[in-house]
Ligand binder design. Structure first.
Ligand code: ZN
Length: 150
């Protein structure tokens, strides 16, 4: 995967823009995410905190949920695309974060939609930024999946 690909850089910019809309009065930890679907649509989301912290919605969940609300899984089924192949790329951006990797809750949430997609974003060290990416399967090598339940 070419991490300097324009599509990847654009997706990171969409995640960055979404982070500006975060509702995070408790943590002040903004997060934005943008997901590219199998049919080349882009959906973005931000974190939405709640006074009852467990009700907080994470940016990655928000972005993927918006894709689903817009018919992602219906379009996939109509096109014969397996649910495990609906996501192509996920960009995550947090202005205060050092890495783009989703938290473990989000990794579990995302695993519902396969492990073949890539997660990309900016690694920030000592005021230097570098585009990094990992296949989701590398982030969650031993996930608890729907195959375990079914
Ligand atoms: Zn998360």
């Amino acid at each position: 995967m070419d991490l300097e690909d324009k599509q990847i850089l654009d997706l990171i910019e969409r995640a960055k823009a979404a982070s500006e809309n975060a509702y995070c009065p408790y943590s002040n930890y903004r997060v934005g995410a943008a997901v590219l679907t199998f049919d080349n649509r882009i959906y973005s989301g931000c974190n939405v905190e709640n006074a009852a912290f467990s009700q907080t919605i994470h940016a990655e969940e928000n972005a993927v949920s918006q894709a689903i609300a817009d018919g992602l899984l219906v379009r996939a089924e109509a096109g014969g695309i397996d649910q495990n192949q609906v996501l192509k790329l996920l960009a995550v951006f947090a202005p205060r974060g050092k890495d783009p990797w989703p938290c473990c809750n989000c990794r579990q949430f995302l695993s519902e939609f396969g492990t073949a997609f890539w997660v990309v974003g900016l690694e920030k060290r000592e005021s230097k930024e570098k585009v990094v990416g990992l296949c989701f399967a590398e982030l969650v090598p031993h996930l608890f999946s729907k195959e375990d339940v079914l």
